[in-house]
Design a protein around this ligand. Sequence first.
Ligand code: AMP
Length: 187
Amino acid sequence: MTTPAFSICVYLGSRPGTNGRFAELATTVGQWIGERGGQLVYGGGCSGLMGTVAEATRVAGGRVVGIIPQSLVDKELANRLCDELHIVTSMHERKALMAERSDAFVALPGGIGTLEELFEIWTWRQLGYHDKPVGVLDADGYYTQMFDFLRHAQGCGFMDAWQMNLVRVGDDPHTLLQALTAAARAG
Ligand code: AMP
């Protein structure tokens, strides 16, 4: 096996969502990873946007690492086309292994599973458990209201600007992925 140029964890919906732009975005992200000889680390399913990013990465020549808990193997249709498919015993094990195997993290549109994964990796960064770059791809304004709320939390004194600045936000996949992988290389 050749060593991938980089390894990036993508958090995104296990459903496709109602806006076709989101699937296009997941495809673009997968292609970007594959065309640069990168490795995708993700939740290991075939459903929704998760399946879309994995297939686009694979077709573009990238490496795909899927990590899925046994309890979700049927529900999220475990992706047997992964170069590595890890079937783990719990969500905690899944998230820990996803974090360990990745140089950077990016969240695309998704539901509460995606949000939970994003907030966990963000809080791990604020606590100094890791120093890997974290990004949010805010396509079609999907995350705009979440950031409005977080600024409200900041205004209420529950967060500081430095915590907000631990996450890079962008609406252009190429620019954001380039920034995250460059920051990961710079260490
Ligand atoms: P969703 O954004 O809700 O569609 O979920 C996206 C992914 O996050 C799916 O693979 C879910 O299985 C996963 N997920 C949901 N809840 C959790 C959790 N508590 N911890 C880790 N992953 C989760």
